[in-house]
Design a binder for this molecule. Structure first.
Ligand SMILES: *Cc1c(COP(=O)(O)O)cnc(C)c1O
Length: 375
């Protein structure tokens, strides 16, 4: 069976984990955490980078930093992972869902302004498959209405919008190093803060509501409980693993891009013959090869392709069930929003195997099976 995903080692992961243990400190905010954070700040120009134990945690930190309260509204795309909405629901926010674009699963930027009310606090965008949404338009709308913007860049490491790194454009960015992402540490995440107003408080929230970070920097002479927060920082073992992957970022990205291009060249004829659709990369956006997906003509065809691949020992998957129709969101609702493009991707999108150790031969085999399906 060719799996859908497989964790991988690319360099010094085990060596660095050993080093961190031998250094005598494996709790959080140590040497490897600092190395990772400095790497992100220097390579991508994030004003402040804080490692977290997951992207979900980083999203929860943004909810605390934005002081989301019951009655506030947050605009979130429906076609995304649960965490993009859940982080704000936990603080009592009402989620107003936005639709995807027709040509792309990312948020339809033209649909956002009409969702804004006097209660709206923030807009969350998701750079689906690492492909940028129209950030200039989103930031214009946000500035006009004094809203904060969170970029859910969970899938978007090393991807760009008009030359600017994703996660550096909104007030906040969040990344994931879950084992299914480009750069992995099992579970793991990153919060980026691009607006100075939030940096000091973010460090407090990160360290269980204490000013411990300021204490270690010598800015205060004792530390105590000063604000809300939680234990958001990962162990040094995680940071050590992550840093080894970051050192090989280019190698990882080059391999994934090669796999992506091979899939694309092998399947483009099916798109040209109107059998299926492949990803659209808008001008101004880059492709970080996070994901290779197909869009089928309907749900039956999608299920049939996944079954056909499975019978040929290839594990392909679908995802997301639109959040605006989830049982959790709809349980007290009278009206369900009408978001046809979110529903389209819920029904018709298939993800093909994509991971660092996938072989080109295996990609060719998958291409042959898919071409066989349409014969
Ligand atoms: C993976 C993912 C998350 C969640 O990341 P975790 O690190 O598992 O919490 C959130 N949003 C999107 C868009 C994702 O792809």
């Amino acid at each position: 069976m060719i799996p859908f995903n497989k964790p991988f080692l690319v360099g010094k992961e085990i060596k660095y984990i050993e080093e961190s243990v031998l250094s005598g400190k494996i709790s959080g905010n140590g040497l490897f955490t600092k190395k990772c954070q400095t790497f992100f700040e220097e390579k991508f120009g994030f004003k402040k980078a804080l490692l977290t134990t997951s992207c979900t945690d980083a999203l929860e930190m943004t909810a605390m930093l934005m002081d989301i309260k019951p009655g506030d509204e947050v605009i979130v795309p429906s076609y995304t992972f649960v965490s993009s909405a859940l982080a704000y629901v936990r603080q009592g926010a009402k989620i107003v869902f936005a639709d995807s674009r027709t040509d792309h699963p990312g948020i339809d930027e033209r649909s956002v302004e009409e969702l804004i009310t006097s209660k709206t606090k923030a807009i969350v965008v998701v750079h689906y498959a690492g492909v940028a949404v129209e950030m200039d338009i989103i930031m214009q709308i946000a500035n006009k209405h004094s809203l904060l913007v969170v970029e859910d860049a969970a899938q978007s490491i090393d991807s760009y919008y008009n030359g600017r790194p994703l996660g550096s454009i909104g007030h906040f960015g969040v990344f994931s190093f879950h084992e299914t992402k480009n750069i992995i540490s099992g579970e793991g995440g990153l919060l980026t803060i691009n607006d100075d107003r939030f940096i000091d408080r973010a460090e407090v929230i990160w360290e269980k509501g204490t000013n411990r970070s300021a204490f270690f920097k010598g800015e205060v002479n004792k530390y105590g409980w000063v604000d809300t927060g939680s234990s958001f920082l990962p162990s040094e073992l995680i940071a050590a693993f992550l840093f080894a992957q970051l050192e090989q970022l280019k190698e990882i990205q080059d391999k994934r891009k090669l796999l992506w291009k091979t899939y694309y060249n092998g399947l483009i004829e099916l798109e040209n013959n109107n059998k299926l659709k492949l990803a659209v990369i808008p001008s101004g956006a880059t492709n970080n090869a996070h994901m290779f997906y197909l869009v089928t003509k309907d749900l039956e065809q999608r299920d049939a392709i996944i079954k056909f691949l499975k019978n040929n020992n290839i594990h392909a998957v679908f995802h997301y069930l639109s959040l605006h129709k989830s049982s959790f969101h709809t349980k007290d609702l009278k009206d369900i929003q009408d978001l046809p493009n979110a529903d389209l991707y819920t029904d018709c999108l298939v993800r093909l195997p994509m991971f660092y150790d996938l072989e080109l031969d295996e990609v060719h085999e998958i291409i042959n099976v898919i071409n066989g399906f349409f014969k």
